[in-house]
Structure formats: structure tokens, C-alpha cells
Design a protein around this ligand. Structure first.
Ligand SMILES: Cc1cc2nc3c(=O)[nH]c(=O)nc-3n(C[C@H](O)[C@H](O)[C@H](O)COP(=O)(O)OP(=O)(O)OC[C@H]3O[C@@H](n4cnc5c(N)ncnc54)[C@H](O)[C@@H]3O)c2cc1C
Length: 468
């Protein structure tokens, strides 16, 4: 089979590249080995996880908010079977949506496992070879398993294994306090599990803004999640009806299930890359420039197999750029405005620099302003006053450097920060603009006002204290 653009992998990076290339007139082919399109994100990542987050949020509303607002319901009970049906239904709708988009755009899905035969052909196991003019590699990532004794126990699962559970574990240990670990810890605590997080580094979500990570740790502790930071897991003993997880200096915790979420590695092996001169590193993935070009000019790489971010939306954008370049256009990826959503309770979202990064780059020429949700009318009426919005700017020209938020619906709100950063806005632009009242989004403007020392709805101070 011959085509203009062949895409290896049908996740967010792959399906977006195929559709964008087809929009630009290419005969585009996408090779995907799983029975559904959508990749990790739609099948076993973002979508099913956030369907559970939604169930957890519904329980929280019923437990903590309905009665306060005058809505009497009986005590909420989790029907896990129905929650899983809901999750599966959402996944099905999304994955079949991608198949329909392929049809609508004339993208051909070749089912099977592909590997490069040469620099212009991909061999598909059990199928016809695909000859191409340009190719986009979008093979994604896989969960890493650390070398800890006992991890081969069936009670130790990765995120895919946890998503497949049909019963709630009474005691869940989460190995790794990164984004995936914290999201599942948050969900399962709300589902009723006793949850323990073991993390090697001194803070949860190590790459995130310190204030946000500390706020999350504080709220997790309040919710009864046990945190063991700066502790290494040393071994797991499965006794048959339970397991003991060893960590730190002779400490241990008993559990029924352990989620191993210590990071994901790029899928780069077995693709025939060595034979065609596409450079890659087993840990960092495929080397690609801002055009998403690899070391072979007409071959591009996008998403988790070639990325630092490991996010669906960075894969989407990289894929658009790769497809446009493959079709003779000139496009680059601008990474200044990458939103960092974390769907824990409370939610976290950031864009641009963290405060520590800003201070490292701009020294004393940095000002911040924090606006707590307790001073926002919409948050108060929603009974969601934990957290704050932080605005970070440099003081010479007032350029906005970052926005970090912890609290209600911040993963939706962060888009305002993305647009502001992409437009190279100043903090005045954010602070002087109008925000609809009463809304949660007012807190972004208000954080800008605090940073400028012009707060109206707070006593004037640069940094409001973090919410208790
Ligand atoms: C539990 C979990 C929750 C997540 N939540 C979020 C979130 O909320 N927001 C967010 O932005 N990101 C989230 N992510 C990350 C997100 O899923 C990934 O960043 C995203 O899926 C990357 O897209 P991709 O196209 O690069 O790779 P993938 O989605 O992994 O897709 C790669 C595809 O390539 C196929 N493939 C691989 N090799 C071959 C081959 N040789 N031949 C044929 N097909 C092949 C695979 O089967 C797969 O379908 C989450 C991840 C996990 C695990």
C-alpha cells in the first residue's frame, strides 16, 4: 500500500497527525495494533481515569455539599459496577469517535504492529507493507517497573491493572507520588480505600510548584491519605491473602493492592529505528526538533515516544506540527504555554514557570500574588473554598510568567492562563481585564491584582496565606 504520510500509533499523537495530514490533502494511513483507536489516553489513561474522578466528585458532593445547600439525600453508596460501566461507556464513545473521524477524513486504519523496514516502508505484522513519503512515529509509552523484590505479585498493578479492578481494595498502597499516583490515591480514598503513598522524593508531584505540591500534601493528609515522603520501597511480601510493603528504614504497611506508578518509558524498541538512522535514547525517547523532525528529515516523532511532557495535549499539538511539516508547511511547537492539569481533589493546574523556576531565571525581579478561593463568591456558594490562584510575573516589564492554581475546576480554568502566556500578556492585562461576576474565573484576575498590590477583595498584601 502506498501513501503520502504513514503514522505509526493511533493515540492522541498518531490519530491527530493522520487527520491533520489528510486535511492538508495527504493520503494518510495510521497503523495501530490495539483493537480500538485512541491509545493510552482514550483506552487506559486520561479518559477512564477522569470518568472515575467524576464518580469520586459526585460522592464528595453528596457527602459534603448537598445537605449544606439544602438538598437532602441519603448517605451516598458507591456502586462500583455501575461506575465501571459508566467509565467503559465513556471510553467506548471516545474511541469510536476517533474511528468515525478517520472515516470522515479518509484516513485508512491499518490494523497490526508496525516496524520500519527501511526509510520509506513500514512492515505490518500479518498485513501489507505501507510505503510512504513521510512518516510520523507516535508509539507512546509504557509503565516502568522498578527492580524491587516481590513486584511480580498479582497484587502489584500498574495504572492499566488498577483501572481494570472490579472491587475496591480495602487497603491500597500507591508507589510513586507523581501525577498518576496522586490522581488514583485521591480517587480511591473517596471510593473508601485506606490509601498510603510512598514517594522517594521530598514532595508530591515533584516537578510542580512547591506551594501547590504542599497544599496537595496538606489536603491529602486531612482526607486521611497516609504520606511517606523521602522513603524508598524496599520489597513486597505477598502472603496469599494480603501483602506487606516494606519501605524506608525498616517500616512496613499491610495492603490488599499496590499501584506501581513510578513513571513511564518511551516505546522506542522493536520499531526498526536503528536500521533507518532515527536516533533515540531508551529513557528519553526519540530525538526530535521543534518541527518534530527526527534525525531522518522526512520522519517525525510526536507524543510520549519523543517527549518530555507525557501529556495528551502536547501530543496533539506536536502532531499537528509534524503533519503540517510533512505536507510542506512550516510549523514549530511553542512550549511556553503548556497547561499542567492534575485531577486530584483538590485539583491543581499550572502553566508557564513555577515560582521557583521564575526566581531562578529572574532573581529578585519576580512578584507573585495569591488569591484564596475563600474570597471568591462562586467558590463559597459551591462549598469549594480550599486552595488559591497564584499569579507570577517579572517586575521589569510586568510580563506574566506563570499561573498556578489549586482548587475547584482549575483544570478547566487554566486555559485563561494558557492564552495569556501565549499572547505574552503582562500581569496588568490579566488584572485590568473584566471577569464575569460571580465566577471562579474572577480569581485569576484577582490574583493579578494581588500581585500588583491592588487587591479589592482582599486586604492589600502580595501573598495571601494558603488556605487552612
Ligand atoms: C493513568 C493515566 C492517566 C493519564 N491522564 C492524563 C490526563 O489527564 N491528561 C493528559 O494530558 N495526559 C494524561 N495521561 C498521559 C497520556 O495518556 C499520554 O500522554 C498520551 O496518551 C500520549 O499520546 P501518544 O499518542 O504519544 O501515545 P499513546 O496514547 O500511548 O498511543 C500510542 C499508540 O501506539 C500504538 N503502538 C505502539 N507501538 C506500535 C506499533 N509498533 N505498531 C502499531 N501500533 C503501535 C499503541 O498501541 C498506542 O495505541 C495519562 C496517562 C495515564 C497512564
Amino acid at each position: 500500500m502506498e501513501c503520502d504520510v504513514a503514522v505509526l500509533g493511533g493515540g492522541p499523537g498518531g490519530y491527530t497527525a493522520a487527520i491533520r495530514a489528510a486535511q492538508l490533502g495527504a493520503k494518510a494511513v495510521c497503523i495501530e495494533k490495539e483493537p480500538e483507536l485512541g491509545g493510552t489516553c482514550l483506552r487506559v489513561g486520561c479518559i477512564p481515569t477522569k470518568a472515575w474522578v467524576q464518580t469520586a466528585f459526585a460522592i464528595k458532593e453528596a457527602e459534603e455539599t448537598f445537605a449544606k445547600l439544602g438538598v437532602q439525600v441519603s448517605e451516598p453508596q458507591l456502586d462500583f459496577g455501575t461506575a465501571n460501566e459508566w467509565k467503559a461507556g465513556v471510553v467506548k464513545q471516545m474511541t469510536s469517535g476517533v474511528a468515525s473521524l478517520f472515516k470522515a477524513n479518509g484516513v485508512e486504519w491499518v490494523k497490526g504492529t508496525g516496524s520500519f523496514k527501511d526509510a520509506n516502508a513500514i512492515a505490518v505484522e500479518g498485513g501489507e507493507d505501507v510505503q510512504f513519503r513521510s512518516a510520523v512515529i507516535a508509539t507512546g509509552s509504557f509503565p516502568l517497573a522498578p527492580p524491587i523484590s516481590g513486584l511480580d505479585s498479582p497484587r502489584c498493578v500498574d495504572s492499566t491493572g488498577l483501572l481494570a479492578q472490579t472491587e475496591i481494595p480495602r487497603r491500597l498502597v500507591v508507589l510513586g507520588g507523581g501525577i498518576i499516583g496522586c490522581e488514583f490515591a485521591s480517587i480511591f480514598r473517596r471510593f473508601g480505600s485506606e490509601v498510603t503513598i510512598i514517594e522517594m522524593l521530598p514532595q508530591l508531584i515533584p516537578a510542580e510548584d512547591d506551594d501547590a505540591a504542599n497544599e496537595l500534601a496538606k489536603q491529602f493528609k486531612k482526607r486521611g491519605i497516609a504520606l511517606h515522603l523521602e522513603k524508598q520501597c524496599t520489597g513486597v511480601d505477598d502472603s496469599g491473602d494480603g501483602m506487606r510493603v516494606q519501605f524506608g528504614d525498616g517500616e512496613s504497611v499491610d495492603a490488599d493492592l499496590m499501584l506501581v506508578a513510578v513513571g513511564r518509558g518511551p516505546t522506542v524498541e522493536g520499531l526498526g529505528l536503528e536500521g533507518i538512522g532515527v536516533e533515540f535514547d531508551k529513557r528519553k525517547g526519540i530525538a526530535a526538533d521543534e518541527h518534530r523532525r527526527t534525525t531522518v528529515d522526512h520522519i517525525y516523532a510526536v507524543g510520549d515516544c519523543a517527549g518530555y511532557w507525557q501529556l495528551a495535549h502536547t501530543a496533539f499539538r506536536e502532531a499537528e506540527v509534524a503533519a503540517e511539516n510533512a505536507m510542506g508547511h512550516e510549523a514549530i511547537v511553542d512550549n511556553r504555554g503548556v497547561p499542567r492539569p492534575i485531577y486530584t481533589d483538590p485539583e491543581i493546574a499550572g502553566v508557564g514557570l513555577t515560582e521557583a523556576e521564575a526566581r531562578e531565571q529572574y532573581g529578585d525581579d519576580v512578584a507573585t500574588g495569591m488569591f484564596p478561593w475563600v474570597a471568591n463568591a462562586r467558590a463559597v456558594m459551591q462549598n469549594e473554598t480550599v486552595g488559591w490562584v497564584k499569579s507570577i510575573h517579572e517586575t521589569r516589564y510586568g510580563e506574566l510568567l506563570g499561573i498556578v492554581m489549586v482548587g475547584p475546576h482549575v483544570t478547566d480554568l487554566i486555559e485563561a492562563g494558557v492564552v495569556a502566556l501565549d499572547a505574552e500578556s503582562t500581569v496588568e492585562t490579566v488584572a485590568d481585564g473584566m471577569a464575569a461576576h460571580p465566577t471562579l474565573s474572577e480569581a485569576i484576575k484577582e490574583a493579578g491584582l494581588v500581585a500588583l498590590g491592588r487587591a479589592i477583595h482582599l486586604p492589600n498584601r502580595k501573598r495571601a496565606p494558603a488556605q487552612a
